[in-house]
Each structure stands twice: as C-alpha cells, then as structure tokens.
Design a protein around this ligand. Structure first.
Ligand code: GYE
Length: 306
C-alpha cells in the first residue's frame, strides 16, 4: 500500500502469487473437506486463490482453465473430473507458459509435459485394500459371495482405479461374484437410488462395495428402507473415511473403510510456490493413508476433522 510498504511475505516482488483452482464440484463429504483444505491453505500461505466449482462437468472445468489462462494466473491447479479429453486445453496453458498442477485426480494424457506434478492418492491401491478385506472376511466361505458395486463418476480416475484394484484383489477366487455394478456418481442421492434398484433386481446380495462413503451412506438408507440390516444382512466396504461414515461404522452399519485423504491444501500451495520459483518438484506425490475397522473408526471419531 502507499507509504506503508508491503511487510508481507511476498519476497519483495510486490506480487502475490495467484493460483487458479478448478474444483470438481461439491458432490461428497470428501470434496467439501478438500475444498476447505485448499481455501484455508491458500489463505495461510498468502496466496490469492481463484476458485471455480465445475459442478461435476468437464466443460465447466475447461472453461475455468481457459479463463485462468486469460487472467494470466501464475499457476493453474485442478482436479480433473474425468481422466480423458484434456490435451487441448492443457496445451493452451503450456503455450501461455502457465504451469499446471494436478491435484486429487489424474488425467490420461500421454504428453507428460502438459503438467508439472500430480498430488493425490493411489486409487488402485485403495481398491486393492477394499478387495483384500473382502478376501479375508470371506476366507472361510465356500459358497458364492455376491457383491454389488456402486461406482464413482463414470470415467473418473477414482472410479476406474478403485474398480480395477478391487477386481485385481479378488481375481482368481471365483466365489466372489460382482453381480451388479453401476455408477452412483459419488453422491448420496444416487447411491441410494442405485442401491434401491440393486435390491429389487438382485435376489441375494452379500456385500456392497461403494467407491465412496457418500454412496455407501445413501445405500444404507435404501437397505434399511427395504427392511434389511446394513453391516449385517449386507456387509459394506467403502472408501474415504469421512466422519459420517465413521458414525455409521460405530453403529455397525459399515464394516470396513479405506482411507482417502482430502487434506491436500498445504502440499498444493507448497508445490505452487516451488513451481513458480522455478524449483524442481516431484512428478508424483502420493498421499499416505490407512484403513479403518469399526473399532478403529469408533476410536477416531471424536477427533475426526471432516
Ligand atoms: O473419494 C469421492 C469424491 O476424487 C478422491 O471424489 C476423490 C473422490 C472421493 O467425490 O468422495
């Protein structure tokens, strides 16, 4: 400001780092926690965040990225709703010399020069953990174990990878039968709706594998409304580890939860600063995460942040 000097941490350039961030949407508890983490971290780091919510639509993300390019932001960060179809817009960012950081979800672009780093979970690993639990849980079972799967957003990295990781873990064991598999778009409402349809069309469901907690929570409502006991009549394995799921676990309604950490904000802002300063950054930064049994979830519940 005039006469006062900046006195801030902007390293004498007088220019605050500007990051354009295109978020997927607000489809789940995980997403809400992720958005808050990114916004809080930007504030803390003294970074100006231009935030845009794509409402789960790729076309909105492409528009947002183009607008960030026009505004000449320093760095673009985004969580791609689906994996495919990004090359053109990422090339535009590259031509404008604006570095792009992928956060949370990946793209399938062959050209690795289109982004500098990818910060997020290993979704294949998460799917494997869910499948490993199933294999152990039913180690003694001799008959068929009928599984229904609620998939995440069609074409998204977590839906693709959680499906394939799970399939890998159970392959070679023909007793595990995925009898129905459909997208619930990572939302509670859709999770409930699709589970209702599964309950009508499937005479015997032993296990529900949900690609995220919100769909599992929606499915729990459908199961209860059908007069069945979630966690007992139908066992449930899910992914994320949000507070509402931990509450359901403490009530015996979810049997196992694979953690996916949404608190990526600080690492993302750190990356943005380094990229802008011309420092080299790792191409891939994986989030560390665990798994929760009902006992572990119940113990973690009082301190769970999201
Ligand atoms: O698991 C789900 C959200 O991309 C990891 O997106 C994220 C997923 C998360 O809607 O709840």
């Amino acid at each position: 400001g005039s006469g006062g000097g900046s006195g801030s941490a902007d390293k004498g350039s007088g220019h605050k780092l500007v990051v354009g961030f295109s978020q997927v949407g607000a489809e789940s508890g995980w997403r809400t926690a992720n958005t808050k983490s990114v916004q809080d971290a930007a504030k803390k780091a003294g970074i100006e965040l231009k935030f845009s919510d794509a409402q789960q639509k790729q076309e909105n993300q492409i528009k947002a990225i183009r607008s960030f390019i026009q505004q000449k932001v320093d760095v673009i960060a985004f969580s791609p709703v689906v994996e495919s179809g990004w090359d053109t817009v990422l090339k535009e960012a590259k031509d404008a010399h604006i570095p792009v950081i992928l956060t949370d979800r990946a793209v399938d672009s062959k050209d690795e020069s289109l982004y500098v780093s990818f910060l997020g979970s290993d979704f294949v690993e998460e799917g494997k953990k869910a499948g490993d639990w199933l294999v152990k849980e039913y180690a003694a079972a001799t008959g068929d174990v009928n599984v229904v799967q609620l998939e995440g957003t069609t074409g998204s990295a977590p839906a693709n990878d959680r499906k394939s990781g799970f399939a890998d873990a159970v392959k070679g064991q023909p007793k595990f039968k995925v009898v129905a598999s459909q997208t619930g778009d990572f939302t509670r409402a859709k999770g409930k709706e699709v589970m209702q349809a599964f309950l009508k069309s499937q005479p015997k469901i032993d296990v529900l594998y949900a690609h995220n907690d919100d769909m599992a929570l929606g499915a729990i409502q459908a199961i209860e409304e059908a007069g069945k006991k979630p966690g007992t009549d139908i066992k449930i394995v899910s992914v994320d580890g949000v507070k509402d799921a931990f509450t359901a676990m403490s009530q015996g309604k979810i049997n196992y939860d694979v953690e996916c950490n949404p608190l990526l904000g600080d690492q993302l802002m750190d990356l943005a600063k380094k990229v802008k300063a011309g420092e080299s950054v790792p191409r891939r930064i994986k989030t560390e995460e665990g798994t929760f049994t009902p006992e572990q979830a119940t113990a973690a519940l009082p301190n769970r942040q999201y």
